[in-house]
Write a protein that binds this ligand. Structure first.
Ligand code: PRP
Length: 209
């Protein structure tokens, strides 16, 4: 399924700041870190928990731990996902992290060049979160997901982004129907250069100059 956070006012306010062309790279990076943190927090609501006993200074009572939080693997797609990962790690502090470089070529082919891949072994109990702020044509993610699959089959395979275009979502769903896509918002369309509209521009350039 595709899940967006349009009903979360704070996430929408952060997105509004990222969209604003007058937001500089310092504020832009901070916005991505915040989105990682709050979207990660939202994700925990979909995770498996376990009942535990806990002793307060006075007596024993019931508590919980979010079991899945211990089994998170974050795959960071360079460059723009770096600040997003930083935010995610605040919620998933146990996470093992994979790094993938994937640069998208120009229209009309949008060929993806992947020349650095470091991904940890994926176990059946793992929750894999592929972080990439922009899902435009979806070519980058398809290339990354095909690669991730070589390292094992996780309990859940999640894509976490900021904005997605309907075209990109379709492409991913067709090849990977099991993938869960979480984005702040699904935007209207792609332009002929492969940018999301209304969008927020080129996330990598805006974050890193
Ligand atoms: C951007 C973005 C995604 C990709 C999305 O990265 O961060 O990774 O494009 O486009 P797609 O869905 O059409 O494949 P880019 O290749 O510009 O690299 P950068 O993050 O280093 O700027």
């Amino acid at each position: 399924g595709v899940y967006s956070f349009e009903d979360s006012p704070y996430i929408m306010e952060i997105l509004t700041g990222l969209r604003d062309k007058n937001t500089d790279s310092i504020a832009f990076r901070k916005g991505l870190v915040k989105l990682g943190r709050y979207m990660g927090y939202e994700l925990t609501k979909t995770m498996d928990v376990e009942k535990v006993r806990v002793e307060t200074p006075f007596e024993e009572t019931e508590g919980i731990i979010v079991k899945d939080r211990r089994n998170v693997v974050i795959i960071t797609v360079l460059r723009a996902a770096i600040p997003l990962m930083e935010g995610l790690i605040k919620v998933f502090e146990h996470a093992r992290v994979g790094i993938v470089s994937a640069a998208r070529g120009k229209a009309p082919k949008f060929e993806v060049e992947m020349n650095y891949v470091k991904i940890p072994q994926i176990r059946p109990e793992d929750i894999v979160i592929v972080a990439d702020p922009m899902i435009a044509t979806g070519s980058t993610l398809l290339t990354v997901l095909r690669e991730v699959k070589k390292y094992g089959t996780p309990k859940r395979l999640i894509v976490l982004g900021v904005l997605a275009a309907p075209e990109g979502i379709e492409k991913i769903k067709r090849e990977f129907p099991e993938v869960e896509i979480f984005v702040a918002k699904v935007d209207r369309e792609l332009n002929d250069k492969g940018y999301i509209l209304p969008g927020l521009g080129d996330a990598g350039d805006r974050a890193f100059g």
